[in-house]
Design a binder for this molecule. Structure first.
Ligand code: HEM
Length: 156
């Protein structure tokens, strides 16, 4: 077993946890936004429960998983640079991968900011908005996974 094999296994595990959290968090936001039609005290009780779950999911799973995915990803870059120099970072497949990584990290940042707005009661997003944007992480994952597994421009 090489350090590279270990790093990519740990990278994939961290990515699975990060993706799972990013796919579930907007569901909790959608349920929260859709409590409007309920009467009190059910509405407040449901929102308090959903907001506790949102905070816990973000703090216990999503944030640590992002840090680990980044950490193991940067370790992989370090190993790749030692093995084949810096040039691979400018290959189209790696640019596509990194573009996906930055977009996913930006989406994560937006979800974290929305959690704070939901908790403060200032979010303007609807349940429909959260259901429509729910697939963004998975669409980005398709680009990221296929770019690293094919390394298309390298193999022609
Ligand atoms: C968070 C920042 C990330 C960085 C810095 C990063 C970086 C890297 C690097 C350098 C490699 C090795 C590429 C190679 O040498 O072939 C790699 C592999 C991989 N990454 Fe990432 N990545 C990140 C996030 C992600 C995400 C979000 C996904 C999926 C949604 C992902 C999926 C993969 C997969 C499937 C591999 C292939 C592992 C293998 O070689 O079997 N990565 N990543």
């Amino acid at each position: 077993m090489t350090a590279y094999d270990l790093a990519r296994g740990l990278h994939i595990l961290a990515v699975i946890a990060w993706m799972a959290g990013l796919l579930f968090l907007p569901r909790l936001y959608a349920y929260d936004a859709e409590q409007g039609g309920k009467s009190e005290p059910l509405k407040s009780e449901m929102q308090a429960l959903l907001r506790a779950w949102q905070t816990r999911l973000l703090r216990i799973i999503v944030n640590p998983a992002m840090i680990l995915a980044w950490g193991f990803g940067l370790w992989l870059i370090h190993i790749d640079v030692s093995a084949r120099g810096w040039a691979f970072l400018a290959e189209p497949w790696m640019i596509a991968k990194l573009a996906g990584v930055f977009l996913l990290s930006g989406w994560h940042g937006f979800l974290a900011a929305e959690r704070r707005r939901i908790a403060a009661g200032t979010s303007t997003k609807s349940g429909r908005f959260w259901r429509m944007t729910n697939e963004i992480p998975f669409l980005l994952a398709i680009v990221m996974v296929l770019s690293v597994t094919t390394e298309w421009a390298l193999r022609g």
